[in-house]
Design a protein around this ligand. Sequence first.
Ligand SMILES: C[C@@H]1N[C@@H](C(=O)NCc2ccccc2)[C@H](O)[C@@H]1O
Length: 458
Amino acid sequence: QISLKHGSHRSGKRTDATMQRWREYGLGQFIHWGIYSIPGGGWDGKTYGGAAEWIRSWSGKDAPNDWRKTYDNLYKQFNPVDFNANKWAEQAKNMGAKYVIFTTKHHDGFCMWPSKYTEYTIANTPYKKDIVKEVVDAYNKVGIDVYLYFSVMDWSHQGWRYDIKSPEDSIAFESFKKFTRNQLLELLTSYPSAKGLWFDGTWDKSWVKQAEFADELETEMRTLRPGLIIGSRFRADDFGKRHVDSNGVMMGDYEQGWERNLPNSIEDVHGHDWDCVMTIPDNQWGYNSHWKGYVKTPYNLIEMLVKSVSLSGNFVINFGPDGKGNIRQEETSIAKEIGDWMKTNNEAIYGCSHADMKKQDWGYFTQKGRKLYLTVFNRPINNCLNVEISEKGVKPTKAYFLANKLPVAIQDAGKNKQNNNLYNIVIPAKYISDKPFVIVLELEESQTNEKAYQQART
Ligand SMILES: C[C@@H]1N[C@@H](C(=O)NCc2ccccc2)[C@H](O)[C@@H]1O
């Protein structure tokens, strides 16, 4: 055990109601929208090779002449005339999202709210209005909780440094730290209904060296907003360790490392709360007019969602509106398809978590109380869903389609070498589905267990 002043201040999951509400979301929406949405991955007939929201960093012979200067003037033309936060919120509601994470400030430093601490904000664009407020109000109105994405790394600020290598760096970075604290307190004060902050851009040495400052700032924010939810990416510990401290204890309230990646087993989760944030193309968060490479289908995204919930995590799908405030057609149709699936099957998602069941090839288990939800992606040729129950005295009593409650047969398939009870859940051959479907399996403690439990209570 290494003694730490600025390591994790809590081990184990948070047990308060606010965090439990976060744990039950299942599905979220990420929105990356900012100045980078104007070029949309290219400029002057040239295409930027990286992620569209990083286009300010475009340099070298392939970049347009004077690109940095051009980019830093784009805010003067930012006027998203098609933006309608209520339309976005409606679409997210219909998709089945329970929370949204919205980019208040990305790495380029442009503020989508009228911050008092810099001129580089929405107030100084033709649009003028407070976009963060419009988004918060519109999503809250339809019952979707709002979380504010905030990039610590800020390429627009004079005091930003990647590392601190000189007294000048140190003085400059002190001004940057003050600015960052001011903006965060400003966000929490201006948007009190925001339930949490999704931090990014915290990997550079300059910030990793600020264990004490970041720890005190996190405490200050939590005091200002009791219940505030902050992930594992905000701060590093005394020795620069991030996500988990030098004693292996997670920092923050949930693991934020699953960016465009998913755990493969419950062991990968280490008992932490976590979210996976996922792009629809391979690696584009901000609007890119030419999506390149593989674009995930609704089926792919639904499987990632169910896999996330089956491993006790939340799944957050990213949308990148264009410079005029339109959500592109591809994202709109994906949201619709996912929403249609969620309308029938969301009972297997909301409030569900990992079931202590052996993973089977046909799909995923999620659980809520005594109900197991079997979401089938790979239907067996023999229509028998294998279920193996290791917990002694627990047996399935009822099985039925979630969609229409029609019962399905449970066959006892004996025991295996590990003395676990095996069952086949038999899907009627005539049942046809071109989409993943859910079977509900109700579990009953067997009499022996129940009796033992009652006796134990004497
Ligand atoms: C949520 C995404 N995070 C930003 C980013 O810079 N990711 C690069 C990155 C990828 C994996 C670990 C740390 C940093 C991307 O631009 C998105 O905003």
